[in-house]
Ligand binder design. Structure first.
Ligand code: 3HC
Ligand code: NAI
Length: 706
């Protein structure tokens, strides 16, 4: 018997324990061990029934995702199907006892048992679509038989887990067990030991009629095409569930297996698996070991109750951390608090939060006009106007007001953390926490390491990001840090393209079709074109003479067209902020381009995408080589969580690897020739392309060298 599976008997009930930390993934040895355990209980005359339970924090988090990479690179194909039939065919009833999560292959395993019991806090789900695949061990065939087609389609195509309570109401869980799950499951097994064991695969009563299913499947396909735009797996999952409604179980499994394999070998799945591991990788900082002590953050403060400060205060409150919110005067503070209240009210209206939850969160936010109570907080996030003099004044005030050991963080998006830190007597406590707008919604948190930021402060912020529901990525202190530094060339190219004759809508549409959540010009209108305009004016003295600079947005701003907030920018907006093309804009831009001597030409969607996306990649490669991002995957995670880059492309650096760095490099060289110095290829891109390597391999080499 595999040592990952243990069998003990509690009198007449066998307890089969899966012990494969950290999450009991069904990796090598586990299936074989369960198989042998089922044989053993059937051989043992003293055993009347069995339970299967997970050791540690969870039941089973699914198939071992690491194995998929091996399969797609030529390794043997492993299937759980024979094991699941073996369990279902057991002559003695098998009860699956679920705590933590039964996800993916974990839920498929559970459905092969004759009964399922669960702790009330457990969750079950088929999240495979988030990895670009579909359930591959009969999940699409057993689930509709147990809970009906509509909910099965929702779970397999949407990928969201359901609570054990909901699963019990659906008929997926036979009993919820408060208290000791193992004891409760053993008692349940004893109750059912003498009854005939029901097999999910033989049930048909919930499969519905052809007419009912046609309507469910059509609507599911429409939802998936809209909500998971560009992602192939949800549609494949719906096809597989449809097979369950039309074919006998074995044939349905064959359809599922074919679709599963197609998905597994797709670029989308490889990208999404890269994202799964990447999201966990970014938490690992080579020179800051896991054991680094972290500081408690039980009380926080935010300075500035504007767009960002208000959102950041909500983030702390949502995580249950009391927060002071400071502004300069009553009027600014009232405005800030009223926006917070409005935001929460909208969340209640949309069903995201209950009124009680919101009332409790609001209680945690205390508006203040001075620093008196700041001596009691563990961490401050400064979010005042973007200006070095003001930031330094605020940090000098914080240095006086806060106790020693408190973390002083800045939400600046462009200014140097080191210079801000120099205004204090404790630069080791100063760090950047760059939230994205809207702060209470966006998942990304760039954590900016100053030259003197201490390891404890960095480790604390990384850990805190998780508690705040964010994904923290550590970046270095350069202008724009990682995300915005790359966004500059991306948006620059979008403007250049318009100045060279591409339509505004054509530019945005090409990038939306690529998979981005929004086009670059519409994004500018949303954020406010004046933001970039002001920054460009401040940094104009740093621009090298003779290098082409985009001018269209500056001209729009000079006309007072700041985007959505002034109802005109690249687009015109109605009272509901719905955009429409501005019929006058093309002629206007043509005139500006004529004045600047920029010839007009027809520009393809392919060139639009290459110019914008490779501008991101080229700058990303520089950032990586200069060490402002720890790994290429860190850049990917930033772009997926802060900039609406499509997850199924894995992030800009992974996308470049997928296209092939040689090809990307050649295109960058072409643009270099056509458009000059701004397109000088990044040395790292050149080196990797010339040696036939990828950014992913660069990451591995860096890790090995660390
Ligand atoms: N395979 C391999 N490793 C896994 C894994 C899996 N299914 N699930 C989690 N892990 C690893 C993580 O990579 C992480 O490793 P690390 O410590 O080295 O970084 C470790 O387990 C702990 O995971 P988390 O940090 O995510 O821990 P949390 O407690 O925050 O979350 C969880 C636990 C909710 C189970 C979460 O890990 C999760 O959602 N896992 C993936 C679930 C999933 O997608 N299952 C489907 C797999 S595909 C499948 O089953 C196909 C089948 O149909 C045939
Ligand atoms: P904002 O203009 O909406 O709010 C700034 C607030 O700070 C105002 O309420 C102002 O009264 C207050 N303030 C000014 N001086 C103060 C002081 N001495 N003490 C207390 N409060 C003071 O600005 P916004 O957009 O919230 O930006 C804040 C910071 O966040 C800036 O550094 C900005 O660069 C950064 N940022 C902004 C993003 C955005 O999308 N708006 C995104 C990420 C970062």
């Amino acid at each position: 018997m595999s040592n990952l599976i243990k069998v003990n008997n509690d009198n007449d009930v066998a307890i089969i324990t899966i012990d494969n930390p950290p999450v009991n993934a069904l990796g090598p040895g586990v299936a074989e061990g369960i198989w042998a355990a089922i044989d053993e209980i059937n051989r043992d005359p003293a055993v009347k029934a069995a339970i299967v339970i997970g050791a540690g924090r969870t039941f089973v988090a699914g198939a071992d995702i690491k194995e998929f990479g091996k399969m797609t690179s030529g390794g043997p194909r492993r299937s759980l199907l024979p094991l699941l039939l073996h369990i279902e065919d057991s002559a003695k009833p098998v009860v699956m006892a679920i705590h933590g999560q039964a996800f993916g292959g974990g839920l498929e395993l559970a459905m092969a048992g004759h009964y399922r019991v669960a702790s009330p806090a457990a969750q079950v789900g088929q999240p495979e679509v988030n990895l670009g695949i579909i359930p591959g061990a009969a999940g699409t065939q057993r689930l509709p038989r147990l809970i009906g087609v509509a909910k099965a389609v929702e779970m397999c195509a949407g990928g969201k887990p359901v609570s054990a309570r909901e699963a019990a109401a659906l008929g997926l869980i036979d009993r919820l067990i408060d208290g000791d799950l193992r004891a409760g499951a053993v008692a349940f097994a004893r109750e059912v030991a003498s009854k005939p064991a029901p097999r999910a695969r033989e049930r048909t009563e919930k499969l519905g009629t052809a007419a009912e299913n046609a309507a469910i499947l059509t609507s599911a396909r429409a939802v998936a095409s809209k909500k998971q735009r560009g992602l192939k797996a949800p549609l494949a999952a719906i096809d597989a569930v449809e097979a369950a409604t039309k074919l006998p179980f074995e044939e349905g499994c064959q359809v599922e297996a074919k679709l599963f394999t197609e998905c597994l070998f797709s670029d989308q799945s490889k990208a999404l698996i890269h994202v799964f591991f990447g999201e966990r990788e970014v938490a690992k900082i080579p020179d800051i070991p896991k054991e680094t002590p972290v500081l408690p953050v039980n009380r926080a403060a935010v300075v500035g109750s504007g767009t960002m400060g208000g959102g950041i205060a909500m983030v702390f409150a949502n995580a249950g951390i009391p927060v002071l919110l400071k502004d300069v005067d009553e009027a600014a503070l009232d405005l800030g608090m009223s926006k917070i209240r409005k935001n929460y009210a909208n969340s209640v209206q949309r069903g995201r939060f209950t009124q009680t939850f919101v009332d409790e969160r609001l209680q945690l936010i205390t508006p203040v006009l001075n620093y008196n109570a700041f001596s009691e907080v563990d961490m401050v996030v400064e979010a005042v106007f973007e200006g070095m003099t003001l930031k330094k004044t605020v940090f000098a005030d914080l240095d006086r007001a806060c106790r020693k050991g408190a973390i002083l963080a800045s939400n600046t998006s462009t200014l140097s953390i080191d210079e801000i830190a120099s205004a204090t007597s404790r630069p080791e406590a100063v760090i950047g926490t760059h939230f994205f707008s809207p702060a209470n919604v966006m998942r990304l948190l760039e954590i900016v390491r100053g030259k003197k930021s201490s390891k404890e402060v960095i480790a604390t912020c990384m850990q805190l990001s998780k508690k705040l529901g964010k994904i923290g990525v550590l970046v270095g202190n350069c202008r724009g840090f990682v995300g915005n530094r790359m966004f500059g060339p991306y948006r620059r190219e979008a403007q250049f393209l318009v100045e060279e004759g591409a339509g505004v809508e054509a530019v945005d549409q090409a990038l939306v079709e690529f998979g981005n959540a929004m086009g670059p010009l519409a994004t500018g209108d949303l954020a406010g074109l004046d933001v970039g305009w002001r920054i460009r004016k401040e940094y104009r003295h740093l621009e090298k003479p003779g290098i082409r600079q985009p001018f269209a947005e500056d001209r729009l701003c000079e006309m007072g067209r700041y985007g959505q907030k002034t109802v005109r920018g690249w687009y015109c907006y109605d009272e509901n902020r719905r955009p429409s093309p501005d019929p006058e804009l093309p002629a206007m831009v043509r005139n500006w381009s004529a004045e600047a001597g920029i010839p007009q030409r027809k520009i393809s969607a392919e060139e639009i995408v290459d110019r914008c996306i490779y501008a991101l990649v080229n700058e990303g490669a520089r950032i990586l080589e200069e060490g402002y991002a720890l790994r290429a995957v860190d850049i990917d995670i930033i772009y997926l969580n802060g900039y609406g880059f499509p997850a199924y492309r894995g992030g800009p650096m992974w996308h470049a690897d997928t296209v092939g760095l040689q090809k990307v490099y050649e295109r960058v060289c072409e643009f270099h020739q056509q458009h000059g110095e701004l397109w000088a290829p990044a040395p790292l891109l050149k080196r990797l392309a010339e040696t036939g390597k990828t950014f992913a391999e660069f990451d591995k080499e860096q890790l090995a060298a660390a």
